[in-house]
Design a protein around this ligand. Structure first.
Ligand SMILES: *Cc1c(COP(=O)(O)O)cnc(C)c1O
Length: 434
């Protein structure tokens, strides 16, 4: 599989080049030269595979420089949990897709686990060390730290906005004990953390045997491992009828993945990213309006993002020659659910259905309930326990599970940094060398 730069058509690279390269330095994102199409005959074969085998068949289409056997082992090692994804029936042929069964209870685990193992594979093969950088709005950090904690030859630097993620999310990030994890709590919002990671990439040179890698949602391998579950679900339960996916969205990586699954030929209808009071994406999709809104703190910290970094991949020339908004609208719709409504909906689902959902999942569920339609799948991206303190304000008598309670007894490891870049980069350089 070959990839093009989205800015410069003549910049053509192989998978391993884009996976292992320093994205900020190139200042461009890459996109498949040609999206692999699945033939109908092949769909019938794929339909009968289990998730592990299915993910192998799909991901290998996007990779090169790796033997199939090695790729299979990486996936086998990553997906050894009982149920990776789970479809839950709601009503009227509508479902909830639970992607939150991984070790850190977020959909990010599904891509991050194989990502860490793939990096380890290349690290051993190329005899190189990788420095992993991650800016997180909450869930990427815990998932990345957990996935990389045992990966030799790597160090992971995780940046999260001070006081802007939930307590449990922070504890999941900071209580993992491993010598190769360094946590930075940055005063500011998610955009500030992301900005600093970009700046670090510009200021630290990759040397011969050490490279800097970003595992943020622009990481292409994450997109590949995410599109896999949309392909899988679309042919498993719906008898080849088009299924709509409603997806809580922040950086637009997950929704972009669904769109690519559709472009590969899987029976997918509408893709509906859902935002909250931070609705840049909604504005753009519905009104073609790019408006920089001030970031608001909401009950859904993981989608409190102002500019979705994957969006430029979508409006790239490969798909939309004139960046024609109607073209996007034939595939990608949009919804926004205001914070107040999310809070009411959490209470509604508890009172009426005796169910507690995480606030991000609630955006998708609320959107699904609004439409009187069939074959819709709302995507559950996280687990309510992570937002227990916000939810307790709405449902006071909710209980905390034991395995989360343990988090409260563990020592946290992080340093708080103000917005002085000089001090920050000195600390990073010191930790790179220890
Ligand atoms: C990361 C995250 C999202 C947003 O996913 P994107 O790929 O950035 O759009 C949504 N919900 C939760 C809980 C998340 O952690």
């Amino acid at each position: 599989m070959y990839y093009n730069s989205i800015n410069n058509k003549l910049n053509i690279k192989k998978f391993s080049n884009i996976f292992l390269s320093n994205i900020s330095k190139n200042k461009t994102l890459f996109f498949p030269f040609k999206i692999p199409k699945i033939r109908n005959k092949h769909l019938n074969y794929l339909k009968n595979l289990n998730y592990l085998d299915f993910s192998f068949e799909i991901s290998k289409l996007f990779l090169n420089n790796i033997y199939e056997e090695d790729l299979y082992n990486i996936l086998y090692d990553s997906y050894n949990m009982k149920e990776i994804i789970k479809l839950e029936y709601l009503f009227n042929d509508n479902y909830l897709l639970n992607l939150n069964n991984g070790p850190t209870l977020t959909f990010k685990d599904i891509a991050m686990l194989p990502l860490s193992r793939l990096l380890n594979f290349f690290s051993l093969k190329d005899k190189k060390k990788y420095l992993i950088f991650c800016a997180t709005s909450g869930d990427t950090g815990s998932s990345a730290n957990n996935s990389f904690k045992d990966v030799k030859n790597s160090k992971i630097f995780t940046f999260y906005p001070f006081n802007m993620i939930s307590n449990i999310q922070r504890k999941q990030i900071t209580t993992l004990r491993s010598k190769n994890i360094f946590n930075y709590s940055i005063i500011g919002n998610f955009d500030t953390s992301q900005y600093f990671v970009k700046k670090i990439f510009e200021n630290i040179n990759s040397e011969n045997n050490v490279s800097l890698i970003s595992v943020n949602s622009i990481n292409w391998f994450r997109i590949v491992m995410q599109l896999t579950y949309y392909c899988y679900i679309s042919i498993k339960n719906f008898n080849y009828k088009n299924v709509n996916f409603i997806i809580p969205s922040g950086n637009f990586g997950n929704a972009l993945s669904a769109f690519l699954a559709k472009k590969m030929g899987f029976p997918i209808g509408k893709i509906i990213p859902c935002t909250n009071d931070n609705f840049y994406l909604d504005n753009y999709i519905k009104n073609n309006k790019i408006e920089n809104l001030t970031l608001k703190k909401t009950i859904c910290p993981s989608i409190d993002i102002s500019i979705p970094s994957n969006f430029s991949r979508l409006i790239n020339k490969n798909f939309f020659i004139k960046k024609n908004i109607n073209n996007i609208n034939n595939n990608i719709y949009s919804d926004k659910i205001h914070n107040k409504y999310i809070i009411n909906a959490i209470e509604y689902f508890y009172q009426q259905h005796n169910k507690i959902y995480d606030p991000h999942t609630i955006t998708a569920l609320s959107s699904l309930f609004k439409e009187n339609s069939k074959n819709q799948v709302a995507v559950s991206t996280s687990y309510p326990i992570k937002f227990i303190f916000s939810i307790k304000k709405i449902i006071p008598n909710i209980k905390i599970r034991n395995n989360i309670k343990n988090l409260f007894f563990l020592k946290e490891n992080y340093k708080i940094f103000s917005q002085n870049f000089h001090i920050l980069i000195n600390s990073i350089k010191k930790n790179i060398n220890v």
